[in-house]
Ligand binder design. Structure first.
Ligand code: NAG
Ligand code: NAG
Ligand code: NAG
Length: 517
């Protein structure tokens, strides 16, 4: 998830894009792994994903590290995440679950050298929390726990926690507002902020990381700050900002802690607030029972009021957006995490109806992949019969949706939900879908020294490259593509609702609270 990434914020951070034809000669650093669509065994599949991970890492270290991202077409780099080496920190937990010891040690040797108090650019409290804090805390949990053997140097492991504290301390002035709801945009140099308002997801997707940091470090302030901010989201005011029980607006005023609107959904800008309500309960059911109660309200209201079946394909299920009680028949790739989240909630609460609903959503998002020329789903889509563009009429009639933004930015959410579906049902169909999507993504996005966002999922060749490789390519797409075929391990999602680990929205697994601290 890589997630909330409101579409606008993400577009703003993309480097100005240009396209090269697919066959532009490029000095390849290492030969691309062979596509082998017929691979039968789980081992060969996991090895194919590891090969792509290693090739991505080599390209990044050769041309971009310690900058944030690789520009794979031009073998350049960009710094959309504060110039602290976002791709390296985001890659750590994936290198760990894949057992790539050399890469693990490269990353944990680098992390102690980051100066988290200095950055040339504005800091997003949310993005920095989910990518950097999440990546370091996950690394610390693994290397202090079941994967301790992968670290060559214990000092570097301890530094993961120390650097997490440094980063949180550098950002904590964000919460210094009249209400305690933080500002999201931070300027470290003069300790000023963007002045708000803050968003639902950017406010409500901090608590898992900051609570984990409190539980590991013993400093209770981190939990207190984020729980206070979250309290306004759990008891939303004014009442009009909650059009149906549990479903709330998008913008919050940090001066008052009140919502400023009543529009939302499970899309970018709001999504991971709902995701974390149930994940906090997975993390510690004693402390976070109220969060679970709010998730149940939101889930029930979603099933009852937001469920939508396209007129041309009534067999498909999508979740609509809303503005007050008016539905908007549009959705996003980002929203496709919702199936997985319903499945997780259903297993944890022992409620089959949430699992069944999640599996319906998973089928709908599968259609957004299989309907396009590349086999990859679009950034945004809609199914409002009154507004079908004439040139997509046939496409809409067949597929049940039309494309409103055809880009693909190396996002994970569809494969992420297939991962939950597979773990919980054991149905190998979801592994096949993930394997097909992985191969289609590699075929379409592989270019130069890495993998690039593309412009048009409905053009055979992807419609051109934007020359940008997101850090969550490492953290999420490759992790879920790997784990769905990987052997049992304590960090894999449990099919019976028992989970020893919980994944943050950037796919960094944390050990659940064990009551000992
Ligand atoms: C471990 O890493 C630290 C730097 O983080 C370094 O000072 C120390 O010498 C290393 N120890 C060994 C045994 O390599
Ligand atoms: C605990 O965290 C807060 C918030 O970042 C920080 O101000 C404080 O110095 C920390 N306390 C200790 C003992 O490190
Ligand atoms: C799509 O379906 C509608 C309703 O059945 C029909 O009016 C329209 O002609 C169809 N469009 C195409 C291009 O087949």
């Amino acid at each position: 998830m890589a997630r909330t990434r409101s579409i606008l914020a993400l577009a703003a951070c993309l480097p100005s894009a240009f396209a090269l034809p697919h066959n532009t000669p490029i000095d390849l650093r290492s030969p691309a792994p062979q596509r082998r669509a017929d691979l039968p065994s789980a081992e060969e599949r996991t090895q194919a994903v590891v090969d792509v991970f290693r090739r991505s890492w080599e390209g990044y270290t050769e041309y971009a590290f310690p900058n944030d991202e690789l520009k794979p077409v031009t073998n350049g780099f960009s710094n959309s995440r504060n110039k602290w080496g976002a791709s390296a920190v985001d890659a750590l937990s994936t290198a760990l679950v894949m057992g790539q010891k050399d890469i693990v040690n490269e990353i944990i040797e680098y992390i102690p050298t980051i100066d988290y108090f200095e950055t040339p650019t504005e800091v997003s409290l949310f993005e920095t929390t989910i990518r950097y804090l999440g990546g370091m805390l996950s690394g610390y949990d693994f290397l202090n726990g079941p994967l301790a053997d992968l670290a060559d140097n214990k000092t570097n492991v301890e530094q993961l926690l120390k650097q997490s504290e440094n980063l949180a301390n550098a950002m904590s002035f964000a919460f210094d507002t009249p209400s305690g709801v933080p500002y999201n945009g931070l300027n470290f140099e003069d300790r000023t902020t963007d002045g708000g308002p803050n968003g639902l997801a950017t406010t409500g997707t901090l608590v898992l990381e900051w609570v984990r940091l409190s539980d590991l470090s013993g400093n209770k302030t981190y939990a207190a700050l984020t729980e206070k901010a979250e309290s306004y989201l759990l008891s939303p005011k004014p009442a009009t900002s909650e059009p149906w029980p549990g479903l709330v607006g998008t913008n919050i005023d940090p001066e008052t802690g009140e919502f400023l609107d009543a529009s939302g959904g499970w899309v970018g800008g709001t999504d991971s607030f709902y995701e974390y309500l149930i994940k906090m309960y997975v993390y510690d059911p004693e402390r976070y029972a109220e969060y679970k109660d709010r998730w149940v309200l939101a889930a029930d209201s979603t099933i009852e009021h937001l469920t939508s079946h396209p007129a041309s394909r009534p067999d498909l299920t999508f979740v609509a957006m809303y503005n007050g009680k008016n539905l908007r028949l549009i959705s996003q790739h980002l929203a496709c995490f919702d199936g997985g989240n319903f499945i997780l909630g259903g297993t944890v609460l022992g409620e089959q109806r949430y699992i069944d609903y999640g599996l319906e959503l998973v089928e709908g998002c599968h259609e957004t992949y299989t309907a396009t020329a590349t086999g990859i789903g679009p950034e945004t889509f809609a199914w409002d019969e009154k507004n079908v563009p004439s040139d997509q009429s046939t496409f809409y009639n067949e597929s049940g949706f039309y494309i409103t933004d055809a880009g693909y930015q190396l996002r994970p959410e569809v494969i992420e939900s297939w991962y939950y579906a597979y773990r919980v049902t054991g149905d190998p169909k979801y592994q096949e879908w993930a394997w097909d999507a992985f191969n289609d993504i590699i075929d379409t996005t592989e270019v130069g020294s890495g993998y690039s966002s593309i412009r048009d999922v409905n053009a055979e060749d992807g419609g051109g490259f934007t020359d940008f490789q997101e850090s969550f390519w490492f953290a999420e797409v490759l992790k879920y593509s790997y784990l769905i075929h990987a052997p049992e391990a304590e960090w894999q999602v449990g099919k019976d609702g028992k989970n020893a680990w919980v994944f943050n929205t950037e796919a960094h697994p944390f050990q659940v609270f064990d009551g000992s601290k």
